[in-house]
Ligand binder design. Structure first.
Ligand code: SAM
Length: 315
C-alpha cells in the first residue's frame, strides 16, 4: 500500500531506517546517554524495586540494559541479575561497573527482536526510554519473548515515555537540546503520522568540538495499544501507573472474572497493591501472585509535565 505524507514544510525527510538502533549506542551518543542515565539511576532503582516487588534472591532480566546502570544496582540489591543489550560496547561498561561494585551480574549480547534464552526469571525490566524502538510487529514479538522468560506469577515492569497520551498531548518539540557528561545533544524531531512514528536527527558535540550525527525513531503507541500488545503476548494483569507510581491511571486485565479495581481502591494509602503487600510483610507481589499464574505487567507511563523534565523522558 502506498501512503503519501507531506509535512508542514513539504515532504518529510527520508524515513529513518527500521534498524536505526544497530550501531546507534556508541561514541558520543553512548557517552551522552551513560551520563544522563547516571543522574537518575538511584531514583529509578527505588521505583523499580517497588514495582518489581520481589524478594532478595529473585532473578531479574534487564533488557535492554545499556551500560548496566540498573542491572548492577539490581545485583547490589540482592537480585540475581542478567542484562541483555545489542551494544557490545555498552556491555563492556556494564561488566566493568559490576566489577567495580563488587557484584555478580551476567551480561549477554542480544537483540530485542530475537531475545536469547537466558533461562526463566521472576522479573523482567524494560526501562529507560527503551520501548517503541522496534516496528510494532517486532515489539509484539519482543513482549512475547519477555513473557516466555517469566516464571508463572512473574512480572514485567515496563516504562514507556512515548505512549501517545503522554507524548502527543505535551506536543513534540521540533528541537530539543540537552548536555550531559560534556556532550551536547541537539535533536530535531518530526512526527510521521501515517506510522505514529517520532523520528529524530541527532547532533552530538563534545567539549573539543567533535561532532557526530545519528538518527533514531520511536513508535508511538496509545496506552490501549500497549495493553493489547501485552495481552496478546500473554500477560494477564496489566496495571498502568503514572510516573509517581502512586496513582494507577487505569488498568485492564484479560481472561479473568475479577472486577476492575476502582481508582480509589488502588490508591488507598498512596501505595500500589504490590507495595502495600510488601509493607505488611507478606510475600512481595502476593496479592497478584495469589490470583495470577500467568505473568503480569506494570506499565509506568510518563505524564507530559514530567516528560519535559529530562531527555530520557522526552526527546
Ligand atoms: C537509552 S538506553 C537504556 C538502557 C537501560 N534500559 C537503562 O535504563 O539504562 C537504550 C539501550 O537499548 C539498546 N538497544 C536498542 N535497540 C536494541 C535492540 N533491538 N536489542 C537490544 N538492545 C537494544 C541500546 O544498545 C541501548 O543500550
Amino acid at each position: 500500500m502506498f501512503v503519501e505524507e507531506v509535512g508542514p514544510q513539504g515532504d518529510l525527510p527520508p524515513r529513518v531506517p527500521d534498524d536505526w538502533f544497530v550501531g546507534f549506542h556508541r561514541g558520543l551518543a553512548a557517552r551522552f546517554w551513560r551520563a544522563a542515565g547516571a543522574t537518575m539511576a538511584d531514583a529509578d532503582m527505588r521505583l523499580i524495586r517497588e514495582l518489581l516487588g520481589l524478594a532478595e534472591g529473585s532473578s531479574v532480566l534487564d533488557v535492554p540494559c545499556g551500560d548496566g546502570r540498573l542491572t548492577v544496582r539490581l545485583a547490589a540489591c540482592g537480585y540475581v541479575a542478567t542484562g541483555i543489550d545489542l551494544a557490545a560496547g555498552e556491555l563492556e561498561h556494564a561488566r566493568r561497573a559490576a566489577a567495580d561494585a563488587g557484584v555478580d551480574a551476567r551480561f549477554v549480547v542480544g537483540d530485542l527482536r530475537a531475545l536469547p534464552d537466558v533461562g526463566l526469571v521472576d522479573g523482567v525490566l524494560s526501562w529507560g526510554n527503551s520501548f517503541g524502538y522496534l516496528v510494532p510487529a517486532d515489539t509484539a514479538r519482543s513482549l512475547t519473548a519477555m513473557h516466555r522468560a517469566l516464571r508463572p506469577g512473574g512480572r514485567l515492569v515496563l516504562e514507556s515515555h512515548t505512549v501517545a497520551e503522554s507524548l502527543l498531548v505535551g506536543g513534540i518539540s521540533p528541537q530539543a537540546e540537552y548536555t550531559f557528561g560534556g556532550v551536547r545533544m541537539t535533536a530535531t524531531n518530526r512526527y510521521r503520522a501515517a506510522e505514529s512514528r517520532m523520528e529524530s536527527d541527532y547532533v552530538f558535540e563534545d567539549e573539543d568540538g567533535v561532532i557526530e550525527h545519528a538518527c533514531g525513531a520511536h513508535h508511538v503507541h496509545t496506552t490501549g495499544e500497549v495493553v493489547r500488545l501485552l495481552q496478546g503476548a500473554g500477560f494477564r494483569d496489566v496495571v498502568l501507573l503514572d510516573r509517581d507510581v502512586r496513582a494507577p491511571t487505569s488498568w485492564a486485565r484479560g481472561g479473568s472474572s475479577r472486577s476492575p479495581r476502582r481508582r480509589s481502591d488502588a490508591t488507598a494509602g498512596g501505595t500500589p497493591p504490590a507495595v502495600a503487600d510488601r509493607a505488611r510483610g507478606t510475600r512481595p507481589c502476593s496479592r497478584q501472585a495469589r490470583h495470577t499464574v500467568s505473568p503480569s505487567a506494570f506499565v509506568v507511563r510518563v505524564t507530559p509535565s514530567r516528560a519535559a523534565a529530562s531527555p530520557l523522558r522526552r526527546q
